[in-house]
Design a binder for this molecule. Sequence first.
Ligand code: HEM
Ligand code: ISQ
Length: 154
Amino acid sequence: MGFTEKEEALVKESWEVLKQNIPQHSLHFFTLILEIVPAAKSMFSYLKDSDEILQNNPKLKAHAVKVFNMTCESAVQLREKGEVVVAENTLKNLGSVHLKSGIIDPHFEVVKEALLRTIKEGVGEKWSEEMGCAWGRAYDQLAAAIKAEMKEEA
Ligand code: HEM
Ligand code: ISQ
């Protein structure tokens, strides 16, 4: 299912807003994930042994930004091509990283929920059902590609 220009624009615009405060939103995103699944903390190699505040963890920030960027990129592709194509090497890497980290399908719903809530809170009054729905669809397609790769490797 392709994307309309409007849906693509909603995703891009909101990502532009969130980008202005990466440290805050990436921390919020991650905090929400841990709120829903506290055990997820031990899955992240750079967090499991630290009681230190997540605030300024550069790896966490960089990864959170990647998740947003890739989802945004998926929205662009859904509009341009009607489907999400992740570069082969990127997908292989993501498949094996997540497989090795012990990620299972239900975790993807958790990250989706956290992503959508981060966007909703981040854009404030600009938020709409349609915006949330567009992000959700872009994420689902991307998640499906990663999950398929994980199954292939398992
Ligand atoms: C690592 C993206 C879903 C947990 C990563 C990395 C990226 C990424 C870019 C870094 C890869 C690298 O180090 O080369 C995504 C995207 C997702 C997704 C785009 C969904 C569309 C999930 C889910 C979980 C998860 C559902 C479960 C909580 C992790 C963990 C790592 C990781 C534990 C490894 C961190 C480490 O120890 O280095 N992810 N991810 N990811 N992701 Fe995800
Ligand atoms: C990696 N994969 C999925 C979600 C994430 C959120 C924050 C940091 C890293 C992540």
